[in-house]
Ligand binder design. Structure first.
Ligand SMILES: [Zn+2]
Length: 359
């Protein structure tokens, strides 16, 4: 991830997650075998929307009322250590920061583990948590209380106003004045991890290509090859001091005929190498940056443009201003605004051309 997002504090939509915290930790995990389920056990706001949805004839799916009661009954059958284990699993899965950074002994809990513990519980929770994000959050009774995800998006992109997807740096992120918006990605996929489908620390707007062509359901914190835990960038990391170096080499010195296969992309970081390795794998970064370099309207254009700009200078200027100096100035200018017009790759591209003596 090229740069972190700034988290929007204090949006009313976060109430849904707070109700879910209350439900899981203070209702389900404390379910007493001797106390029959009663809707009065729920926190007031959750009780109100549960009843509003249940009695709304236009809503034909029982999103909350029945599932909440059935999960309570399953928890009534658990002993205290099992309830404690699930309470800790809930807290861990909602601690996206520590999971991404692999710190403070925070380990994730997955549906497959839950299935081994209780298949009925796993089946209830996978549809419950998915429906919170795909349906419940969009219901009018809920929006009347907590606002809309669109209003969160508008505030989000007003604060995060780079208008570039930080996961690739290539594509735009739609602004607040558009009639459509970019989708929120579940950074820790909702098919793998229970409990955090409406936790906005686990939701990050992403460009369509990153979301729908590359990341998909990939798990950034577990390697698909070894099943081992790995570190990943946390989208809302406040420690934004990391550096990523993009080093490009070309096996073909003729930029006009450069193809993707001629380009090697080496991504390094002095402090966040494991996060960079995860990022490039999950988002297909290498192939995308190779394509950018070999493209007629990017790499080949940058190469041609720098020659044209220099050649069009008045003869007298060129006496005191070498092409090498011009290239260094263009690179310097690109580095000052790295996320405009693909400048972060342009700078690396021109540096590599200069180093290879082909410009
Ligand atoms: Zn992107």
């Amino acid at each position: 991830m090229l740069f972190p997002y700034q988290f929007i504090e204090n949006h009313s939509i976060y109430a849904l997650q707070q109700w879910m915290d209350d439900l899981f930790l203070n209702v389900w995990c404390t379910a007493d075998a001797a106390v029959d389920y009663n809707i009065d056990l729920l926190p007031d706001d959750l009780k109100e929307i549960t009843l509003a949805i249940f009695y709304d004839a236009r809503i034909t799916t029982d999103y909350l009322y029945g599932p909440i009661e059935r999960v309570y009954i399953i928890f009534q059958g658990f002993d205290q250590p099992t309830k404690d284990l699930l309470a800790q699993a809930y807290k861990n899965n909602n601690n996206v920061l520590d999971l991404c950074k692999q710190q403070n002994g925070c380990n994730p809990y997955v549906y497959s583990t839950l299935q081994a513990l209780s298949e009925p519980l796993k089946n209830e929770l996978i549809s419950f948590y998915k429906s919170l994000f795909t349906s419940v959050i969009h219901l009018k009774a809920v929006q009347d209380k907590i606002g809309t995800i669109d209003s969160h998006y508008d505030e989000f992109v007003t604060t995060n106003d780079e208008r570039k997807c930080p996961f690739c740096g290539l594509n735009s992120i739609k602004g607040p004045n558009r009639t459509v918006r970019d989708a929120y990605d579940h950074y820790l996929p909702k098919d793998i991890y229970p409990f955090n489908s409406i936790n906005f620390k686990n939701l990050a707007p992403m460009c369509h290509e990153c979301n729908s062509s590359h990341k998909l359901r990939q798990d950034p914190i577990t390697s698909p090859n070894t099943n081992a835990r790995r570190r990943a960038f946390f989208p809302y990391d406040t420690d934004n001091g990391y550096e990523i170096n993009i080093d490009l080499t070309f096996s073909n010195p003729d930029i006009n005929t450069l193809s993707e296969n001629d380009v090697t992309v080496n991504l390094t970081s002095p402090t966040h190498q494991q996060e960079v390795d995860t990022w490039k794998e999950v988002f297909g970064i290498e192939e995308r940056y190779k394509e950018k370099c070999a493209s007629k309207t990017d790499g080949k254009y940058w190469f041609m443009q720098i020659h044209d700009e220099y050649n069009n200078l008045p003869f007298i200027s060129k006496v005191f201003y070498s092409k090498g100096k011009h290239i260094q100035n263009v690179i310097k200018s690109a580095r000052t605004n790295p996320f405009a017009a693909g400048n972060f790759i342009k700078a690396s591209f021109l540096e590599s051309c200069a180093k290879m003596g082909i410009i």
